[in-house]
Write a protein that binds this ligand. Structure first.
Ligand code: SF4
Length: 174
């Protein structure tokens, strides 16, 4: 026990410092306001995990925490693609999920937006390039359905995800 306490005292705190709240908060507010300004109403998103390791999902979950608070600003995750404006897809797309992803895309009403999330979903970076067509995966999201915006990163941060969502909405409004 004493050895453990000595080790804890010697190691100190190893977690990352918390981000500068002021700048981050302003960036989040600006992105959220911009989405609502462009769209003029709530945006609904259906998240599809087409084969990710779930770290991308953890960052997507963070969008709904009290800090990023997307739902509080009218951007909601929904349970069915039939109720969604946008598909947020993580990959790589596995063979078992290929058909389900196609069906989700077909069920999403027009004009449907697709944001590919993470290096696996975008087919980029060291990790993403590992998953080409093989016995288990089809490849990146664009190998199965059309993609409007890619958000690379392994995993991408919530701010990057918000920027990607905004870019897809802005592209659709042009
Ligand atoms: S991009 Fe990285 S975090 Fe996201 S699913 Fe692939 S390996 Fe996991």
């Amino acid at each position: 026990m004493l050895a453990l306490l000595k080790r804890i005292a010697k190691t100190g705190i190893v977690s990352e410092p918390t981000p500068e709240v002021g700048d981050m908060r302003r960036e989040i507010d600006r992105l959220q306001d911009e989405v609502l300004r462009i769209l003029g109403r709530a945006l609904t998103i259906r998240e599809v995990d087409a084969g990710s390791c779930n770290a991308c999902e953890l960052e997507i979950h963070a969008l709904n925490n009290p800090y990023y608070n997307l739902e509080g600003r009218g951007i909601k995750f929904v349970a069915s693609p039939r109720h969604a404006d946008m598909l947020l897809v993580t990959g790589p797309v596995t063979k078992n999920m290929e058909n389900a992803l196609k069906i989700a895309y077909e069920c999403t009403p027009d004009p449907k937006l697709v944001v590919a999330v993470g290096d696996c979903g975008c087919g980029c970076g060291e990790i993403g390039r590992l998953f080409g067509p093989n016995y288990a995966t089809v490849g990146p999201v664009e190998a199965v359905i059309p993609v409007d915006v890619k958000v690379p990163g392994c995993p991408p941060t919530p701010i990057d995800l918000m920027r990607g969502i905004l870019a897809a909405v802005a592209k659709n409004r042009r």
